[in-house]
Design a protein around this ligand. Structure first.
Ligand SMILES: C[S@@+](CC[C@H](N)C(=O)[O-])C[C@H]1O[C@@H](n2cnc3c(N)ncnc32)[C@H](O)[C@@H]1O
Length: 260
């Protein structure tokens, strides 16, 4: 199996405005306390980490990501108290504790969310806050059709049978997990963000910039071109062309605070 760094910051940032909406909703859940130490897990290009840092004016913010291409884009955002480093969210090796563990649209790349949340709690100081947004649109055809194509024999061999299943939990389960982990205060919400994209191909581009990277990194480039071709055909079967193209996107936002 091939695994490549297939994150394309240009493609990802094409929908920067749409993607920033849940980020600002998530940020609004955070209690702004002076002198915070913050970690942003899966910081991507760092543009939103910079917004987080500028708005909360913490003592320190550290952005963590595993993609060299994404981290390269973070470089211009480095400023007093704001730094970025390479790290794997599945095996975090961060030094010290934080007052805010923040993550926008990244934790859905890590399996087993109950176990993941259990690993995040020890990163927090007493009174620490956890703020996470994860996409929860895995039932939308833009996602299920990718799994349909991946299951076809042409691709299943290269993928060694791998089909992406989103590890995200229901909003209710997240609330239960936060409760069990000792978050004295919490807020969990499921929200549908409605987007009007220029056309159907724009939705394909959106999915290419995120979910499809999981297939792209597992197969040779020429096979991935074929995968995309078949994915486009399936998408066209389900969605008639429309301009603008309506793209509803469900997400879950969770916030919790430990006792001080
Ligand atoms: C959809 S982007 C979100 C970026 C940013 N938080 C934002 O809101 O714009 C997801 C990011 O998670 C990173 N990521 C995915 N799996 C990861 C892992 N296991 N460890 C570290 N970063 C990961 C990717 O490299 C990518 O930059």
């Amino acid at each position: 199996m091939t695994t490549r760094d297939v994150w394309d910051p240009g493609r990802y940032e094409r929908f920067q405005f749409e993607r920033s909406l849940p980020f600002f909703d998530l940020l609004a859940l955070v209690c702004p306390v002076p002198g915070l130490r913050i970690v942003d897990l899966g910081c991507g290009t760092g543009a939103l980490t910079r917004r987080l840092h500028d708005q909360l004016r913490p003592l320190e913010t550290v952005g963590v990501d595993c993609s060299a291409a994404m981290l390269k884009q973070c470089e211009p955002h480095v400023t007093d108290g704001l730094s970025f480093r390479v790290g794997d969210l599945g095996a975090l090796d961060l030094e010290g504790r934080f007052d805010l563990v923040f993550s926008n649209a990244a934790l859905h790349w890590v399996e087993d969310h109950p176990a993941l949340l259990r690993r995040l709690v020890p990163l927090l100081n007493p009174g620490g806050q956890l703020a996470v947004q994860v996409p929860a649109n895995h039932e939308h055809p833009s996602q299920t059709l990718a799994a349909t194509v991946a299951s076809r024999p042409t691709f299943a061999e290269a993928l060694e049978g791998y089909v992406r299943h989103a590890p995200v939990l229901s909003a209710t389960r997240y609330a239960e997990e936060l409760h069990e982990l000792g978050f004295a205060e919490q807020s969990v919400a499921s929200r549908v963000y409605v987007h009007e994209l220029p056309d159907r191909e724009a939705m394909v581009e959106w999915v290419r910039g995120t979910t499809l990277t999981d297939y792209e990194r597992r197969m040779p480039a020429d096979l991935y071109e074929k995968f995309l071709e078949e994915y486009r055909i399936e998408v066209a079967r389900v969605f008639p062309e429309a301009t603008p193209f309506f793209f509803p996107f469900q997400r879950t936002l969770l916030w919790g605070q430990l006792d001080g």
